[in-house]
Design a protein around this ligand. Structure first.
Ligand code: PGA
Length: 246
């Protein structure tokens, strides 16, 4: 039985007072019947770690460098993240693939860098609307995941995968539970074939998950939780989503 995982992806949102309030509310609503984490902007890691320390809530980053150290202005290494107790790092989010031209190979290298420092990469895959309409969804998500599996080899069983259809992110247009389940099943088959551990690996759904649609998404057999953007910034909504997974 896979324990569900709900991860808040704050993106480039937050402020010190707003974060303190949000984190206090998340802590105050414990316990949850699932694993819960928040992935916050880098400058907020210290305070997030302090606010969540000592409990069972986890925190992480929204990216990490593929490099160990060096002349890479603006980048943050997995080693640095590990110093802050990060459990997770999102890699390959579609906003980074699109805005920062991240390739499948770079995403795989980032996943490898995170794992090497004991940080679980949350590897995002997902198709655009154009790709879905062309019937290419399976091809695209399998190609994105294959790059990571190939790079990580025997460690590939250690990742978390997030299926995030690009057309559903921040649009209020959620994949139906059936659409999401169909892709999750494809990804699990791929993970099982590659690692032999597909049945115990977690595959999250992300893309306009809200308090009122979380339960039906999480009820699907291959949806093991969610990666939550907009709704993770509102305490009541995020807590309700975590409860739906519990
Ligand atoms: P959303 O974002 O929940 O706001 O659609 C999800 C994500 O981008 O991870």
């Amino acid at each position: 039985m896979r324990r569900k995982l709900v991860v808040g992806n704050w993106k480039m949102h937050g402020s010190r007072p707003a974060n303190a309030e949000l984190l206090a509310a998340i802590v105050g609503a414990r316990p949850y019947g699932c694993d819960v984490a928040v992935c916050v902007p880098y400058p907020y890691l210290t305070e997030t770690a302090a606010a969540l320390s000592g409990g069972d809530l986890r925190w992480g980053a929204q990216d990490c460098s593929a490099h160990e150290q060096g002349a890479y202005t603006g980048e943050v290494s997995a080693t640095m993240l590990a110093e802050f107790g990060c459990r997770y790092a999102i890699v390959g989010h579609s906003e980074r693939r699109a805005c920062h031209h991240e390739s499948d190979l770079l995403v795989a290298q980032k996943a490898q860098a995170a794992l090497a420092r004991g940080i679980t990469p949350i590897v995002c895959v997902g198709e655009t609307l154009e790709q879905r309409e062309a019937g290419d969804t399976e091809f695209v998500v399998k190609r994105q995941l294959a790059a990571v599996i190939h790079r990580l080899a025997h460690c590939a069983g250690e990742i978390v995968v997030a299926y995030e259809p690009v057309w559903a992110i921040g649009t209020g247009r959620t994949a139906t539970p059936e659409q999401a389940q169909a892709v999750h099943a494809v990804l699990r088959t791929q993970l099982q074939a590659a690692t032999g551990h597909g049945e115990r690996m977690r595959i999250l759904y992300g893309g306009s998950v809200k308090a009122d649609n979380a339960a039906t998404l999480f009820a699907q057999p291959d949806i093991d939780g969610g990666l939550i953007g907009g709704a993770s910034l509102k305490a009541a909504d995020f807590i309700a989503i975590c409860r739906a997974a519990g």
